[in-house]
Design a protein. Structure first.
Length: 311
C-alpha cells in the first residue's frame, strides 16, 4: 500500500510538474534569447497574459487547439513590438517600459474577458495526449512524461534548436555579441538594433506560446491575471540558464513541480492550503537565487541601449 501511495504521488508530481513547466519553458527560452542580445524583457508577464487570452479566444471560436497555440504565439509577438519600438528603437528604459506592458496587458485582457465571457465562463475540451510507444508503459515516468500533448515534445525539440542556433551559427554569434560587445558587432557591419529587434520578437513569441499553452491546454480556460507571476519566474530561469538552452528545461521543471505539489498530495489524502501552494514557486525562486546567483552570468550590455559610435 505504501508503494502504491508513493508511485501515485510521484506520478502526479511529475505529470503536474510537466504541465506547469511548459509555459515557463517557452517563456524562459524566448527570454534567454532576448537577454543574450542585451534586452531585458521585463514585459514577459504581460506578453504571456496577452498570449493566454488570444490563444483561448481563437481556440474557443475555431475548436482548434493548434490554432489557439499559434494565435497565442502571434499575439505575444505583436505585443513584443512595443518593446522593440520603445526600447530598442527609441532607447527608452527597458524596466520601466516592461512594467508598463505588464500593467496594460493585465488591464486590457481583464476588460475584454469580462465584457465578452464573464457571464458564460466557457471552457475548452481537454487536449488530446500522445503516448510514446513503449516508453509510455514505464512506471511513474511513462504516464507522467511520455503521455503528453505533442506540443510538449515539440518544446523539447525547440530547446535543442535554439541551443544549436545560439552556439553553432553566425546568427547566434551576432545575438551574443549584441549583448556582450554591441560596439564590436556594429564595427563588424552587423546592425545591432536589427539583431536586438528579432531577438526581442523571439521572446514575445515564446511568451505568447507559453501563455497560449497555459490557457488552452493546462487550464482549458482563461482567467484574468492567470499567469500569477510566471513571466517573472521565467526571467529568473533565463538568467540562471546562462545562455545554455537545456538549462531552461531544468529550471522550468523545478518550478513546475513546486506548483504541482498540492495536487499530488491531495491524491494521497493530504490536504494543503492553496495559499501555501501559491507561495511555493516564489520560495523556490528565492532559494535558487541564494544558491546559484553567483554562478549566473548576465551579458555585459544587458539592459543598456546602444547608440551607434559607442565602443
Amino acid at each position: 500500500m505504501e508503494d502504491l501511495f508513493t508511485e501515485t504521488f510521484l506520478t502526479a508530481l511529475v505529470a503536474g510538474g510537466v504541465l506547469a513547466a511548459m509555459p515557463l519553458l517557452f517563456a524562459s527560452l524566448g527570454e534567454m534569447v532576448s537577454e543574450q542580445a542585451g534586452v531585458l524583457n521585463v514585459g514577459l508577464e504581460g506578453m504571456m497574459l496577452a498570449g493566454a487570452y488570444g490563444g483561448f479566444v481563437v481556440a474557443l471560436e475555431t475548436d482548434s487547439i493548434w490554432l489557439g497555440l499559434a494565435a497565442g504565439m502571434l499575439v505575444g509577438g505583436v505585443v513584443s513590438l512595443l518593446m522593440v519600438l520603445l526600447c530598442v528603437r527609441m532607447k527608452l528604459d527597458q524596466i520601466v517600459i516592461g512594467i508598463g506592458i505588464v500593467l496594460v496587458a493585465e488591464g486590457i485582457t481583464s476588460l475584454l474577458f469580462d465584457a465578452r465571457y464573464a457571464a458564460s465562463r466557457p471552457r475548452l475540451p481537454a487536449a488530446s495526449e500522445w503516448a510514446v510507444p513503449g516508453l509510455s508503459e514505464l512506471p511513474v515516468l511513462g504516464e507522467s512524461i511520455f503521455t503528453q500533448h505533442p506540443i510538449v515534445y515539440l518544446g523539447v525539440a525547440l530547446v535543442i534548436a535554439v541551443h544549436y542556433v545560439l552556439r553553432r551559427t553566425s546568427a547566434g554569434l551576432s545575438v551574443r555579441a549584441a549583448g556582450e560587445k554591441p560596439g564590436a558587432l556594429d564595427a563588424a557591419g552587423v546592425n545591432v538594433d536589427r539583431t536586438r529587434t528579432w531577438a526581442t520578437i523571439v521572446a514575445g513569441l515564446g511568451a505568447g506560446l507559453g501563455g497560449g499553452y497555459l490557457s488552452v491546454i493546462a487550464a482549458g480556460t482563461f482567467t484574468p491575471f492567470m499567469t500569477q507571476g510566471q513571466g517573472f519566474i521565467a526571467i529568473v530561469i533565463a538568467m540562471l540558464a546562462r545562455g545554455t538552452a537545456p538549462w531552461t528545461i531544468v529550471g522550468a521543471l523545478l518550478f513546475g513541480m513546486s506548483l504541482s505539489v498540492a495536487t499530488a498530495l491531495q491524491l494521497i489524502g493530504v490536504e494543503i492550503s492553496t495559499d501555501y501552494v501559491q507561495m511555493l514557486p516564489f520560495i523556490a525562486v528565492i532559494v535558487v537565487l541564494v544558491l546559484f546567483a553567483r554562478r549566473s552570468y548576465l551579458p555585459a550590455a544587458l539592459g543598456i541601449p546602444y547608440f551607434r559610435g559607442e565602443r
